[in-house]
Design a protein around this ligand. Structure first.
Ligand SMILES: [Zn+2]
Length: 541
């Protein structure tokens, strides 16, 4: 769920919009479709990516010329030439899918780690330069990360995911428990699940049937990285099967087997979303496969960090600021951020001024700090103050008015047109009788909100790459992330924010993430112990 990088930075990461076209350098972390949307129509180059990611992109977008890419491999540093100051970029393994990297940017703008999508296990974090891991003893020159743009897909999920290796062992065990299943259907067609297929092929000394027509992207990736495990013989025991309509297809195969007096086939789906969204998640086994009501076996296989892993990584990296790139988790949901990224006063040399392209704190900004109903105002020079009251009369907060015409771009603004106002709905549980109540958020509130929040926002519908044909085949969308973005984590009892069904369908039909409305101003203002950077509360034309 990529977000636009702030205006003060000369580069974009995983965004291919008119705004990111203005940047001078473009980085692609990996080849999942939600990170490539719009790339085919992008006209500003160069694009930095790993060789594998580049070759997948060129397959998806044959209109692109190879010369637009600059290859950067894991562990390699390049120096990007820029008129506002050259900067260094190093790629690190993101532990997400083949070709996926995190980028570390070091320049006059500060030290920025953009994780793309990642699974931050201990090894992954320890691959980063020791100077950014203050807990390590053998440091030569300590440095601090100014910002981490973080994949928080499962940041609200309390489950402790097994390692990928342990999950793959569970898949093998599940197959061994069903020696009589003549056909084993593996729902492993997503970029990032090839390792499961490779390990199964090795363990059972068997090729895997990958149908080019029904799972074209999987076919493409396996052809690239492990062609030896693939067969076009449909009588093979192992078949890769796409995720869409998995339950219906399983039901049909089970009934066919019963009618023919044959052994039932085995269906296995390695995924995390099924676990993260399960009503009884705490009682699910994370060490053995679980069978659902449709007869499909699940294994908790995650390409994203668990909350536990995110917190661990942040405690070790100790960044100054954290920006979540993925709903439903916001950076402020993380304990590390609540504890350490809580500033009431910004120093004149704080790197955040560069981020917003503000040369000096005297221009227009302040940190509003709300705690236990009291309010404080941080730095607020040369700006007039106004008082905003929320529904509780004893609560008052001072917010600085900005200087006129001061333009500030935050992390990807939600630029909604007026005609789209009615699309946003919020569903809330009605407590006692269990009925649901909906109300529509007004544009005014949303507009004010996008100005006071420093959390990332998702692109508006009209900025989506409608020129790209997605009808004919299923592309490499990171489904788990999309599902989390759509529905949040139902286990947490959080209020989830929804948009209406017809719009959801439109997004889903294009395999792109559904945007998410912003929290309401009232919610924001009545929250306690929250910090928001208040910048330029003037509506954009
Ligand atoms: Zn991904």
């Amino acid at each position: 769920m990529p977000i636009e990088m702030p205006k003060g930075l000369p580069f974009s990461v995983d965004t291919w919009s008119p705004a990111s076209d203005q940047k001078r350098h473009h980085f692609l972390t990996h080849a999942h479709w939600d990170h490539m949307a719009g790339l085919g129509a992008h006209f500003s180059y160069p694009v930095y990516a790993t060789r594998l990611t580049k070759s997948l992109v060129l397959h998806y977008f044959p209109q692109l010329d190879e010369s637009v890419f600059v290859e950067i491999e894991i562990g390699k540093t390049i120096v990007a030439k820029d008129p506002e100051g050259d900067f260094k970029v190093t790629a690190y393994d993101a532990n997400h899918c083949p070709g996926a990297v995190m980028f570390l940017f070091e320049g006059t703008f500060g030290n920025i780690l953009h994780t793309g999508d990642c699974r931050l296990t201990k090894d992954t974090v320890e691959n980063l330069p020791t100077k950014y891991i203050p807990n390590k003893k053998d440091i030569e020159n300590i440095a601090q990360l100014d910002y981490v743009f973080l994949d928080c897909t499962f940041g609200r999920c309390s489950l402790e995911f097994p390692t990928k290796k342990a999950a793959i062992q569970q898949v093998k065990n599940c197959i061994k428990m069903h020696p009589n299943a003549q056909v084993v259907y593996l729902s492993c067609d997503l970029l990032g699940q090839e390792e499961i297929l490779i390990e199964i092929s090795k363990e059972f000394q068997s090729s895997i049937y990958v149908d080019q027509l029904s799972v074209p992207d999987c076919f493409q990736v396996i052809s690239h990285i492990a062609p030896e495990i693939m067969t076009n013989d449909s009588s093979a025991r192992f078949h890769v099967i796409g995720f869409p309509k998995l339950n219906e297809r399983a039901a049909r195969k089970f009934s066919e087997a019963r009618n023919n007096n044959e052994q039932e086939p085995l269906f296995i789906r390695p995924s995390t979303y099924w676990y993260a969204s399960h009503e009884d998640a705490e009682n699910l086994s994370l060490t053995d496969a679980e069978r659902d009501e449709f007869g499909v076996w699940h294994i908790c296989y995650s390409m994203h960090s668990s909350r536990h892993e995110l917190e661990w990584a942040l405690r070790h990296l100790k960044p100054k600021w954290v920006v979540s790139t993925t709903p439903p988790c916001l950076a402020m949901d993380l304990a590390y951020v609540k504890k350490h990224c809580f500033k009431t006063r910004l120093e004149a040399d704080d790197p955040i001024w560069n981020l917003f392209n503000l040369s000096s704190p005297e221009k227009c900004a302040t940190i509003a700090c709300a705690s236990n109903g009291n309010s404080e105002v941080g730095e607020c020079t040369n700006a007039s103050k106004s008082i905003v009251e929320d529904s509780k009369p004893d609560r008052k907060r001072k917010i600085c008015s900005p200087l006129k015409k001061q333009e500030v771009t935050l992390f990807g603004r939600a630029r909604l047109g007026l005609e789209e106002t009615q699309l946003w709905e919020r569903e809330e549980e009605e407590g006692e009788n269990g009925k649901k109540k909906c109300h529509v958020l007004t544009m005014e509130k949303d507009l004010e909100l996008e100005i006071v929040s420093v959390e990332p926002f998702i692109e508006q519908p009209s900025s989506l790459p409608v020129n790209i044909s997605l009808k004919d085949k299923e592309l490499q969308v990171d489904r788990e992330k999309m599902e989390m973005a759509l529905n949040g984590n139902k286990n947490q009892g959080d209020r989830s924010i929804y948009i209406n069904e017809s719009l959801k369908k439109m997004y889903r039909s294009r395999n792109v993430p559904v945007p998410r409305p912003l929290p309401s101003l009232v919610e924001l203002m009545s929250s306690t112990k929250r910090v928001r950077l208040v910048l330029n509360p003037v509506k954009e034309e």
